[in-house]
Design a protein around this ligand. Sequence first.
Ligand code: NAD
Length: 343
Amino acid sequence: MQPASKANQHTTRISAHLHPPNFQAKGTALGFKVAILGAAGGIGQPLAMLMKINLLISVLHLYDVVNTPGITADISHMDTGAVVRGFLGQQQLEEALVGMDLVIIPAGVPRKPGMTRDDLFNINAGIARTLCEGIVKSCLKAIVNLISNPVNSTVPIAAEVFKRAGTYDPKRLLGVTMLNVVRANTFVAEVLGLDPREVDVPVVGGHAGMMILPLLSQVKPLCSFTPPEIEYLTSRIQNGGTEVVEAKAGADSATLYMAHAAVKFANACLCMLRGDAGNFEYAFVASQVTELLFFASKVRLGHTGAEEVLLLGPLNEYEGAGLEKAKKELAESIRKGVSFIKK
Ligand code: NAD
């Protein structure tokens, strides 16, 4: 037998540590199996920690191209039910994905000051494609929650990868736009003097800048805003990501409240897989609500995925004008994603 190379010895040690032999936690058959791809990142780490305490999860796979051994060891010491396993590097991608019910993807490069989400396109497009090819091979029925930006383009990329493989089911591919809803609820609650948990702000459209369309005329509880309040809230909701990027002075983008938003959305997906009825969330999905192929709007989550995409409801003049502007830019982001794979 050839002596193992240094790199191989390292991988073997990591595997032995991350996959304890013959270990089966009590109750693992009952919960869902969830993989996080990009688990070592700014979003991935808090997301992994929060998913480890989710009672619906029995097995949690943490995959990244760096640092998963340490993060897996760290999180696996939490005294909660889910069994955690780590996977490092592309050679372990398919293994990380085998049998998963839900795959959450925050892998990729985040925005730095001055960068738009589209600047990220070339790097993150390739990452999204590789990871979706892994899903095709190992868990083609999984629900996919795609977080990597630009979501407006990475979701069409994922759809094209799945179409090429003949496995595309639009109901199972969900771009995560929950962050916009979370921040909209927070900012609107501040203006109304309410608890954000009592506020429901519809946010539709796309997932960058002016493509993010808060429908302030449809806020619940019923309320009205002055024109300056509408300007302030719309602008703050659309630019909330930039607010965090600038406040962190380039060190990071929105990671902690993004992890919270991702957990809220993933939890809704797990409840949907469990068969809970009447679960509605906002997501960027294949859509016929407008003439665009994809659009973020309210969806009804049923046990097979996003089973219904709801119409936008009545828009006022301000929102109608915003929608027209957003659609132009969104159409270009979608086209870019589709043609990345077609090329
Ligand atoms: P980060 O750089 O802190 O983490 C990204 C992680 O992805 C890193 O650990 C990196 O090693 C990993 N990665 C890179 N290439 C990979 C590959 N081929 N396979 C697996 N993992 C890989 O970035 P972050 O702040 O966690 O952001 C991650 C992504 O989420 C970015 O694209 C960011 O723009 C996006 N994001 C989305 C939203 C949203 O609302 N959907 C909000 C904030 C950030």
